[in-house]
Design a binder for this molecule. Structure first.
Ligand code: 1QQ
Length: 425
């Protein structure tokens, strides 16, 4: 009884310190297991404010892992899916015993949709919450700004959805489980040509204020002209903040291509697709990774029907771990997991399995936090992982080695209220 009261007092003090440390900053979306009042504490010394989830096989002090993704702004169309996937991983791996018996605890920090938000979230996770590593941010555009901070601080980052060229090269502590545009994007063009071999004329559109979109369009344009020797009639640009695409749609209708290829984010690309169809475009639409979320469907509604998108994940994949993930996800979310959820699950899995491997070599509870982060980074790159994305490993620079990619086609109900990605490859 006495010790329970004492523990409660400690918890209250920790909470008060935590709130004070947060200052005017964003409140954490999840209660943090570690307190800002312990600047030198390794995760082993963290003060849990709550017991491990009931029924969890893991017990003891949770290991904090940061999740820095967009929970607000238009970028939350991706970030929501990432949070859902990561939370399934937290529950799943803790029920399986966590890190050799010790649970993990995800610390969520909302990055919003811009660079400043990502930088803020990274700093908070690194300095206040003492995370062992970070899954995030959502956009490559944000990663180029925030990742150097983690790299300098010696904190391992696993990028769950950054597909632009150059992400792993940001620094030694930056790895990704999101396959690059060069590996994924050409699959969609190939599939479009398989379905319709008469495609000759192409217009390409991309968001010029977004690093991923700029990177992806280069790959699409090379695929069109170099690989398949198609006619590139023109290239149109837009902004991720645009809502009116009359100029671009008018150009497309004037050029009369057989296929358009779009590199943008979900809200802008969805509106572009809708306005293209509304103005009478009848040809094939290939979308890049920004159109890879079911959250696109309420934007373009019935006009989303038929869009072809290459994917780095399929919920139909037969591995045991994917079956377990898919089941757990469906039980929680009442729908099939999309690519961004599958990738977020995978990023958390890599942290859990690398921590467990490290702990077997030398107990992580006795390591100092800086040493632990560095050893963990090394271990992440050294491991191989059986994930919902298939068997994966990393190049020495931290890029993903992944074997299997897919292509899906959007199938919408005629009234546009519901839809699904149907896998064609
Ligand atoms: C990137 C992307 C986006 C579409 C992720 C949501 O691939 O920014 O790299």
């Amino acid at each position: 009884m006495r010790s329970t009261v004492t523990r409660m007092r400690v918890a209250l003090v920790v909470l008060a310190l935590l709130l004070a440390a947060c200052g005017q900053g964003q409140a954490p979306s999840t209660a943090a297991p570690t307190a800002a009042s312990q600047p030198t504490a390794a995760p082993a010394a963290a003060q849990p404010t709550a017991a491990a989830p009931s029924g969890a096989a893991a017990s003891g002090e949770p290991i904090p892992i940061g999740i820095a993704v967009a929970q607000t702004s238009n970028v939350a169309l991706f970030g929501q899916e990432q949070v859902a996937g990561a939370q399934v991983a937290e529950q799943y791996f803790n029920q399986k015993g966590g890190v050799n018996g010790r649970p993990i605890k995800l610390i969520l920090q909302d990055t919003g949709g811009d660079e400043a938000g990502a930088i803020n979230a990274f700093n908070t996770l690194i300095n206040n919450y003492k995370v062992v590593g970070i899954v995030g941010p959502t956009l490559s555009q944000q990663a180029f700004a925030a990742d150097p901070i983690a790299d300098k601080a010696g904190v391992p980052v696993i990028a769950p959805s950054n597909t632009a060229k150059g992400i792993p090269q940001i620094g030694d502590y930056i790895a990704r489980i999101s396959a690059p545009v060069s590996a994924v994007a050409p699959n969609a063009v190939k599939a479009a040509l398989n379905i319709n071999p008469n495609i000759k004329k192409v217009v390409v559109l991309f968001a010029q204020n977004d690093a991923f979109s700029k990177s992806e369009t280069v790959v699409f344009q090379q695929t069109v002209t170099n690989t398949f020797k198609l006619d590139l009639l023109g290239v149109q640009t837009f902004q991720t903040t645009d809502t009116d695409f009359t100029t671009q749609a008018t150009f497309v209708l004037g050029a009369n291509p057989d296929m358009v290829i779009i590199s943008g984010l979900a809200a802008d690309s969805g509106n572009l697709v809708k306005q293209l169809r509304d103005l009478g475009y009848k040809g094939v639409i290939v979308g890049g990774n920004g159109l890879n979320t079911p959250n696109l469907f309420p934007v373009c509604k019935s006009a989303c029907d038929g869009i072809l998108v290459a994917q780095a994940y399929s919920y139909q994949s037969e591995s045991d771990v994917n079956k377990a993930f898919r089941e757990a996800f469906k039980a929680k979310q009442n729908k099939e997991p999309g690519q961004f959820s599958g990738q977020a699950f995978t990023a958390v899995q890599v942290f859990v399995e690398a921590l467990a491997a490290l702990d077997k070599q030398s107990p992580i509870a006795s390591a100092d936090l800086a040493q632990l982060r560095t050893a963990l980074n090394k271990q992440i790159l050294a491991g191989t992982y059986d994930t919902p994305l298939g068997a994966i490993s990393f190049t020495p620079e931290g890029d993903i080695n992944q074997k299997q990619f897919y292509v899906a086609q959007v199938k919408m109900s005629p009234d546009g209220t519901s839809g699904a990605f149907e896998f064609i490859k």
